[in-house]
Design a protein around this ligand. Sequence first.
Ligand code: NAP
Length: 315
Amino acid sequence: MDGGDMPPRRFFCRKGEEIMSAKLIKGAEVAKEIRAELKEEVQRIKEKYGVEPGLVTILVGENPASQSYVRAKQKAAHDLGFYSVQDNQPADISEEALLALIDKYNKDPKIDGILIQLPLPKHINENKVLYAIDPGKDVDAFHPFNVGKLMIGQPDYLPCTPAGIQELLIRSGTETSGAEVVVVGRSNIVGKPIAVMMMQKGPGANATVTVCHTRTKDVQFHTKRADILIVAAGVTEYVKGDWIKPGAVVIDVGVNEVGRTADGKRILKGDVAFDEAKEVASAITPVPGGVGPMTITMLMKNTVRACKVHNNIKE
Ligand code: NAP
């Protein structure tokens, strides 16, 4: 399907030069469509095999942002018909007790996916906790075993935000094979994994990839030659319109809070100066409503996959 709206509209200025207006790649709509597909799949698995995907989300402490992320994940799991468990632990839980809890869920046959909401309190070693999750239940795909499998092109689970980006490219009909892809950002959760995924053999990939970061000498030199530009820098409206090659596809991963509305809602901006970029690009993801809604959806997709693997369901 076409992840966007309509084909790009074409405008011309008085001199007859074409002014582009990019097609919007609406992640919110694509996410809705994938969730509908997953819901059907979950129903079919339940009826045919008598099992349901099980997801536990573990929240330590009472950080309001973490609480809202966990609520959104639980709601998505519930809406899809999963067996879902919300496990709240006090902020002063010991590392040992948290590791014991993970061990319990590692052994629980009803649980297919284990998610620890980050950040954890300072007295807990985050890596130690994440690495204690059974890689087969690591639906965030943060465990080094899963990172390694991704690197060699044999992933069991794809990390959720990069998987969402790739899905948006595929479903918006963007040609990735042979494309020049430039990624701005090299974090372990977005920049590095999306770069690895785009250079693999396979659908939505086979690209030639460049990765930029704070030590890159001339970021614009690279962004200007990108057929597909993926920006995950965490800097509000960092990429300007004249940094973009005319006709490029732009994926803006950034989520930057720039203020609040009178009724307290967050005002969000991306890492790309959207108003300028949309006049140059052929397609672009908005913020909000672009990559964001895809992340939780891909987490749900991983959990369904985990359920199928754990129950030897091959369809
Ligand atoms: P991060 O861990 O802070 O990494 C940012 C990366 O961008 C770093 O590699 C950094 O380079 C690079 N960078 C920063 N400023 C730069 C500059 N001026 N020029 C070139 N490179 C620069 O961030 P992240 O976790 O990857 O997240 C990035 C953005 O995506 C944030 O806005 C975050 O909120 C958003 N995000 C959204 C989702 C979603 O679901 N939509 C998910 C995850 C993240 P160095 O390595 O050299 O420091």
